[in-house]
Ligand binder design. Sequence first.
Ligand code: APR
Ligand code: ZN
Length: 233
Amino acid sequence: MAKVIIFSGAGVSAESGISTFRDSGGLWENYKIEEICYAGCLDWNYEATIGFYDKRREEIKDKKPNKAHSEISKIKEKYPTEIAVITQNVDDMFERAGCRDVLHLHGFLPEVRCESCGFTDNIGYRKLREAYENCPQCSNKLRPNIVFFAEQAPKYQDLYNELQDCEMLVVIGTSGNVINTDAFLQGNIRYSILNNLEKSSAINDELYSKVLYKKATVAIDKIVNDIEEFLKP
Ligand code: APR
Ligand code: ZN
């Protein structure tokens, strides 16, 4: 299990032009979570929900990974077993920056999934119906491979497993409203960095060894430098 966890949220993709959720102008200002991102919404609001994710999938097509994605990809490549890249984001910016083994806790926008038989496929940036009318294995309806609020998030177990051995935690671009990163600091974490644009009411920044309230693309050089220092034999 990794010694260093780089844990991110929507803020790491903000400078790639991908909207965050709770910043002003964020996604949840323009959409109602209960209509398109809540357990059961596929039953009563299927077309609108599919349409919402089709739009977000198409939107990321022309976006580019930013310096934070590429620097994290580089250091992950240098220390593949010592570093775990874990994100709440569903975009593919880390992958497009060349990062491997990214753990997406809330799903992955390019993928669709069948709840009935488990069929999953990466359809890139297409609309769901451009790729499949229905599940090719069992003919039931397909859905975005995204974890909605109040749904099971099976990958959280992988996060908790990684935290067992983690000694350095880097938190980038998350308000902490869904996953409370303060709680991660109880384990054997000896050094932690918090990088956001500004203080979040859901995070107690006094718990972190270093706090960087600046853009991720500006903070990332310092973050990578501290990771290198930490992993030095
Ligand atoms: N650099 C660094 N941090 C940034 C930047 C930036 N350029 N821009 C914004 N931020 C920070 C903000 O300060 C804020 O703390 O990113 C955070 C974004 O917070 P949210 O919009 O709440 O996004 P996130 O924390 O990822 O949301 C968690 O909520 O809606 C669900 O499933 C969804 O995974 C998401 C989860
Ligand atoms: Zn199926």
